[in-house]
Design a protein around this ligand. Structure first.
Ligand SMILES: [Fe+2]
Length: 283
């Protein structure tokens, strides 16, 4: 008759029902597994009972099988492993394409959302799958973006930045913040007008394509810009912090209406800033 043999041993010699080679400081290497009665008796004679903390215990195969079945049931009901590929999503545009007229024209909004932004989302998900990128969520991915390819970096940034951008704009803009946002900008930059001037300066001086940002970092506000689709949430970004407000200064964001006049685009953009969304993101 076959037995599963389970021997009570010190903590450094854990037992289990399956086959296993382990080590006991007094007995040397030993084998825990399936033995027949003859093998077990022979084995037991070689074992100094005094060297063992607990007495040898015979567990029936049924007991072990029950334990293994329990493990199998637990595995079947456990959540999916966290190694499932991350899939990034494009948010639904919170307003119509024409909602930000005349600051941002409907055609630009439609192309920007359906072609440029949608392409970033498609491309990042393809890159994540192709490169086997594993991340807990979007924020985790951005915080380790320097470890991944340029394709993942550019398109993950493009996905996150535009999802953020759509939300910090809206129709019926107040033109200026109030409440805690106004207080924070006054405290951080002297006045709202000085904040606007500094933010506009960052947007105008970003050479080529990129973004201007207002971020919160260690309890303080900061203005800066990033190139291409880099984000302050990225580990390798020169500007780091929690984005509160962002402005896309890629030409695709304004060229149809403003051509090369980025300054006019930025000046009119202030009318569609959604300060309530900025307030939500402020600690
Ligand atoms: Fe864009």
């Amino acid at each position: 008759m076959a037995f599963r043999v389970v021997i009570g041993l010190p903590r450094d010699a854990q037992y289990l029902c399956g086959e296993r080679i382990s080590f006991h400081p007094a007995l040397g290497p030993y084998y825990l597994g399936t033995m027949d009665r003859k093998q077990f008796l022979s084995h037991s004679l070689k074992v100094s009972v005094g060297a063992l903390v607990g007495a040898p215990v015979l567990a029936s195969a049924a007991a072990c099988n029950a334990a293994e079945e329990t493990k199998a049931e637990e595995a079947a009901t456990s959540p999916e492993p966290t190694t499932a590929p991350l899939v990034l999503a494009q948010i639904a545009l919170p307003y119509d394409y024409a909602a930000l007229e005349p600051s941002i024209d409907a055609r630009t909004m439609e192309i920007h959302y359906t072609r440029h932004h949608a392409a970033y989302v498609k491309n990042v998900n393809e890159a994540i799958a192709a490169e086997g990128v594993v991340a807990k969520d979007e924020a985790d991915l951005l915080s380790r973006i320097g470890s991944f390819s340029a394709k993942v970096r550019n398109n993950a940034g493009g996905t996150w930045n535009h999802n953020f951008f759509w939300q910090v704009m809206g129709p019926g803009g107040k033109g200026a913040p109030d409440g805690k946002v106004l207080d924070a900008l006054n405290a951080g930059f002297g006045s709202f007008d000085k904040f606007k001037e500094a933010f506009t300066d960052a947007a105008m001086k970003r050479f080529g394509s990129g973004w201007a940002w207002l971020v919160e970092r260690n309890g303080a506000l900061a203005i800066g810009s990033t190139p291409n689709q880099d984000s302050p949430m990225m580990d390798m970004s020169e500007l780091k912090g929690t984005p509160l407000l962002g402005l896309d200064v890629w030409e695709h964001a304004y060229y149809l209406k403003y051509q090369n006049k980025r300054n006019e685009y930025v000046a009119n953009w202030w009318r569609v800033v959604n300060w309530d969304e900025v307030a939500k993101r402020m600690a």
